[in-house]
Design a protein around this ligand. Structure first.
Ligand code: ADP
Length: 473
């Protein structure tokens, strides 16, 4: 599915809003104008009716009684006012019949022939309204006032306001599309301008390739939200760059560690095959090759273990197990390793402490730590203690050996990291022991940390989840 661009989406939405706003505004203006003109027409008709009513009063006799009104004369008087009006009176004729007069400024005194002499005021009203409607339903407004024996009808034309309304409507029809078109053009340029930082962040992000992980997206962008996105992208790239570097370093270290024994083995083999070697010399060469093969196999095994841990391909048990017996096994192995040196290894665990996790992985972790403690001690004691906390248990392996310089402490769990490369090689380690211990602890949901002082010794503490007390094994 092809998605439309953010710019086009915004332009379409803004244009729709502009159309709706402009149309509503035009309709509102026309409606308000119509209402106002209707009100002012009403008021002017009411005023006219009042004037005519007062003029009718002039025809009353001094005693206050209305006598005869000469419709023609009154009409003449009112013609000058220019109003369109009608006065009707049902007057008694000389023969006793009644006449309905229809007076207007343009049509002076005239009888409405269609009405009989006995027509009532309501019939006259209806007849006049019909006559007005005939001349155009919307063009005239009729106002009716009853004044004694007279009925006054004032008709006002809506022609002027209808003309203005029509003008407004035509203007709206012509101007609306033009205005909307102009609004769309300015919306387009405004949206393009607003989205410029987004476009910049997009192109700068695209420029960050695998070979170019040191590049970053420029900040600030000028728009707070977009700067936040740029900062998030930069943080992400920094993390990717860091792990890329770590991977590069790991690959370089691993290749180096694998190449060194291979070179050694090749040299031994060449030496053994070169000329006549005694049986003893050949045995020595084969033994050296055997040692390297063993070391290399161990290295490959360690690397595979780490790779399986990274890929979550390592089976991890989650069961309750007692720490004491495992520690006892480790103590025995460590004592064997320390044979010939003034080192004592002690299991100082009191009581039964149960952890929840994988006993085999825990054994491997403790073995690596105990082996390091013995390897890095000339003399003194190595003590293993354990404690139960709220939700976890801790096992501490403390030695009185060399200790680790503070500047190395943050990196000793890194793969292939060795404090003193030459010294550690002599000890036989390649710098994977602690990395494996950390990985195996963490996959059990635990943590590992170190406290060390040069010349005083080191304490490595492993924390694992505690077994729930209700189900000890
Ligand atoms: P290695 O297999 O080379 O011992 P590790 O990952 O086990 O590698 O340890 C990394 C480094 O940490 C070692 O080179 C060593 O210098 C230091 N180290 C580890 N444990 C101790 C300890 N108990 N005392 C002093 N240094 C230690």
């Amino acid at each position: 599915m092809t998605e439309r661009s953010l710019a086009n989406d915004l332009i379409a939405r803004f244009s729709r809003v502009t159309w709706i706003t402009l149309t509503s505004y035009a309709v509102l203006v026309i409606a308000v104008f119509t209402i106002v003109s209707e009100i002012s027409l009403s008021r002017s008709l009411t005023q006219s009716a009042t004037v005519i009513e007062s003029l009718l009063g002039l025809y009353a006799d001094p005693g206050g009684e209305r006598t005869t009104v000469a419709p023609g004369m009154l009409a003449d008087q009112l013609v000058g006012m220019g109003a369109r009006f009608v006065i009707t009176r049902t007057a008694a004729s000389a023969e006793g019949g009644r006449s309905v007069y229809f007076l207007s400024s343009t049509m002076p005194a005239k009888r409405i022939e269609t009405l009989g002499p006995n027509a009532t005021a309501d019939e006259v009203h209806a007849e006049i309204a019909r006559a007005v409607v005939e001349r155009g339903r919307w063009r005239y407004k009729l106002h009716h006032v009853r004044s004694g024996e007279f009925d006054i009808f004032v008709a006002g034309t809506r022609e002027t306001s209808l003309f203005a309304i029509a003008g407004l409507a035509v203007a709206a029809v012509i101007l609306l599309p033009l205005t909307a078109f102009a609004a769309r053009r300015s919306t387009k340029s405004a949206v393009t301008q607003s989205l410029r930082p987004v476009e910049r962040v997009r192109s700068e992000t695209q420029a960050i390739g695998p070979q170019d992980l040191s590049r970053r997206v420029g900040e600030p962008t000028g728009v707070a939200e977009i700067t936040e996105i740029a900062a998030s992208i930069n943080r992400l790239v920094s993390r990717v760059e860091a792990s890329h570097r770590a991977l590069d370093a790991f690959t370089a270290d691993a290749s180096h560690e694998l190449r060194t024994p291979l070179t050694h083995m090749r040299a031994e083999a060449q030496w053994a095959l070169d000329g006549h070697r005694s049986d003893e010399e050949l045995r020595d060469a084969l033994a050296a090759i055997g040692d390297e093969v063993e070391r290399t196999s161990k290295l490959v095994e360690d690397l595979l273990l780490l790779a399986r841990g990274d890929n979550r391909a390592l089976a991890v048990e989650r069961r309750s197990f007692e720490v004491g017996p495992i520690v006892q096994e480790i103590v025995e192995i460590a004592e064997a390793m320390a044979t010939g040196r003034e080192i004592t290894v002690r299991n100082q665990i009191e009581g039964a402490i149960h952890a929840k996790g994988d006993p085999d992985h825990t054994r491997q972790v403790l073995l690596n730590l105990a082996a390091n403690a013995v390897r890095h001690s000339e003399r003194g004691g190595v003590a293993i203690t354990a404690a139960r906390h709220d939700r976890s248990i801790s096992i501490a392996i403390a030695d009185e050996g060399d200790g680790i310089p503070p500047e190395d402490l943050p990196r000793i769990f890194d793969r292939f990291y060795r404090v003193e490369k030459s010294r550690s090689r002599a000890h036989g380690g390649v710098g994977l022991g602690l990395a494996i211990a950390k990985m195996l602890t963490e996959i059990q949901g635990g943590t590992i940390d170190v406290d060390s002082e040069v010349g005083r010794g080191s304490t490595f503490t492993v924390r694992l989840p505690a077994a729930s007390p209700s189900r000890p094994t």
